[in-house]
Design a protein around this ligand. Structure first.
Ligand code: SF4
Length: 346
């Protein structure tokens, strides 16, 4: 049997937070000689991480591994306040690539804790985003991963707030939120859901393909929460075969019929192209779009200050006008291509 048709889910792949983080770390590589240290993987994608490693970035899970005076980047998943402070004491320059939608949850946690709430935080235990967020108010937070866990909790006295990791499966969140609302009728929830637009849009796009697809291929890494959520959605919708691959080389050779393809928010589009080419459908490829995304997150303020300082210095030294960096026009795919071409020259 052969693959007859590929339906490409849209939106898929890079979100605005990942674009911001990849471009910011690429600027660090351009400006500083290696090594540059990054606290945690910049985004959860093996190929992206390997491209930065080849360009001289060292990923660490503890700041103790970072020599004093090094340039440091903090990952897109958001860091605990004590990590950010320690990095600022240690690094020559520290750039925080946290996604603004994760920062929003950090703010909500701080505010609710200050107002005396007990916070139920729905998230994956051990995931960097959950570790960073819960560290904002550890004394006021209970992390809940599943509906069963919620059921086993002792009844909470006083005001209760419900917040969440940005990248969960919508169905997981709804199950826990529904139970929490029944148990705590005056439960506080943010006006705008903490699950991010990229997470909900990518899951919605998979839903639109579920009825037609014989199989679903999800491109992304095993430690990417939003990627795992896409697999989960595919299974819940009853797609007969759901598999996750890092790259086209991991595709099995017995896929057949109609294959839906999607990619997690940190998976490069170049891998999508490789996967489609490897599937080689006899009746071609069609993209099915459910929503258009035009979100843009500006680069971290520390990076903008650094680059405008460098530009000013270059103008003074060389008496020449240096062109302003047009951040909005930067593509993360181009950044990755530049890294790969640079590392082959090194
Ligand atoms: S998946 Fe969502 S929260 Fe994570 S970086 Fe992208 S936009 Fe931000």
């Amino acid at each position: 049997m052969e693959v007859t048709k590929v339906y490409l889910a849209s939106p898929r792949g890079f979100c605005a937070g990942v674009v911001k983080a990849i471009n910011a770390l690429t600027w660090m590589v351009r400006v500083f000689p290696p090594p540059i240290y990054c606290y945690h993987e910049i985004v959860h994608n093996r190929l992206v991480v390997e491209a930065f490693e080849a360009a001289g970035v060292i990923f660490v899970d503890s700041l103790e591994e970072v020599p004093s005076g090094s340039p440091i980047m903090l990952s897109a998943h958001g860091s605990a306040p004590e990590v950010t402070e320690a990095a600022r004491r240690l690094g020559a320059i520290v750039i925080d690539a946290v996604c603004p939608l994760v920062t929003k949850v950090h703010h909500e946690i701080k505010t609710r804790a200050q107002r005396g709430y007990t916070i139920l935080y729905v998230g994956h235990r051990g995931h960097e985003e959950a570790i960073g967020a819960t560290a904002e108010a550890p004394q006021s937070i209970l992390l809940v991963e599943t509906a069963d866990e919620f059921d086993r909790l002792d009844r909470i006295d006083g005001p209760v707030a419900l917040l969440t990791q940005t990248t969960l499966a919508v169905s997981d969140w709804e199950q826990i939120a529904g139970r929490a609302e029944r148990v705590y009728p005056s439960l506080w929830k943010p006006a705008r859901l903490d699950l991010c637009y990229a997470t909900t849009n990518r899951q919605g796009a998979v839903k639109s393909l579920a009825e037609t697809a014989d199989s679903l291929v999800v491109i992304g890494s095993a430690n990417s929460s939003n990627t795992r959520a896409l697999e989960r959605v595919g299974r819940e919708l009853g797609i007969a075969r759901v598999l996750r691959v890092n790259s086209a080389t991991e595709l099995p050779d017995d896929l057949a019929g109609i294959v839906a393809v999607t990619a997690g928010a940190s998976a490069p589009e170049s891998v999508v192209a490789d996967v489609v080419a490897a599937l080689n459908p006899s009746d071609g490829v069609a993209e099915v779009a459910t929503v258009e995304e035009d979100e843009y997150f500006p680069p971290p303020p520390e990076l903008r200050e650094l680059l405008s300082g460098l530009n000013a210095a270059a103008s003074l030294l060389f008496n020449t006008k240096v062109e302003r960096v047009r951040f909005r026009e930067e593509s993360a795919a181009d950044s990755l291509a530049w890294l790969v071409s640079g590392s082959t020259r090194r």
